[in-house]
Structures are given as structure tokens and as C-alpha cells.
Design a protein around this ligand. Structure first.
Ligand SMILES: [Zn+2]
Length: 123
């Protein structure tokens, strides 16, 4: 598991956490909430070929479901709010978390894909 050195760009983790271009680490990866830009505004790397697929939706559903249900149980035990409070709190919280997790996972997959392609090209 050695990172073959001499990589001027960001690490996969750094690109993923920053939601930035995996080559220069500066250009923004997303145009809106979840869509990739066509290309990096800083270094011009083409993002259109990056295909993250839909497979990441499954772990998001499982992990996020556990987190939200656990949080709902905790809030209910701790504060015993009426049911309508749960009905108001959890849908928006879930939506925000889904978008955040999807952004990080998509940028991670894009950075991973770029890193793999780059190392394949350089031999
Ligand atoms: Zn770039």
C-alpha cells in the first residue's frame, strides 16, 4: 500500500473531504448540490468522464438509516417530545445528511477513480 510518491496533487482523502478537483486540489468538483462540473475551473481536468455510479446509495441508506433512527430514539428518550416534533425534525435532517454524505462519497469515488487512472497511465 505505498503511494507511489511524486504526487503533486491532493491525496484521495483530502480531495474527497474538500469536494475539490482530484488533480489540482483547488477547483470545485460540484456545480450544484450533487452534479459534477463539466471540468475543473483551475486546471481543466475533464470531470465528464467520471462515473461514480449508483452503488454508493446502498451504504448511504444503511448507515444514514441507522444514524437517523438512533438519533430519533435518543431524542425521544432524552426529551420525550410529542410525535409531531419528530415529524418536523427528521425529514429535513435526513435530507441534509443524504446530500452531505452523497457529496463526500461522490468526491471520494471521483478522486479514487482519478488516482487509479493516473497510476495506470504512468505504469
Ligand atoms: Zn483541477
Amino acid at each position: 500500500m505505498s503511494d507511489s510518491g511524486a504526487s503533486a496533487g491532493p491525496t484521495v482523502a483530502r480531495a474527497a473531504l474538500g469536494c475539490v478537483c482530484p488533480r489540482c486540489g483547488q477547483g470545485k468538483l460540484f456545480a450544484g448540490l450533487l452534479a459534477f462540473r463539466p471540468a475543473c475551473a483551475v486546471c481543466g481536468l475533464d470531470f465528464s468522464g467520471m462515473d461514480t455510479g449508483d452503488g454508493f446509495a446502498v451504504p448511504i441508506l444503511i448507515v444514514l438509516g441507522a444514524i437517523v433512527v438512533g438519533a430519533a430514539f435518543w431524542v425521544d428518550t432524552k426529551f420525550s417530545p410529542p410525535l409531531w416534533v419528530h415529524a418536523i425534525i427528521w425529514p429535513p435532517v435526513t435530507c441534509v445528511l443524504v446530500v452531505l454524505m452523497t457529496r463526500y462519497i461522490k468526491s471520494f469515488l471521483a478522486a479514487q477513480q482519478y488516482s487509479t487512472r493516473r497510476s495506470e497511465m504512468s505504469g
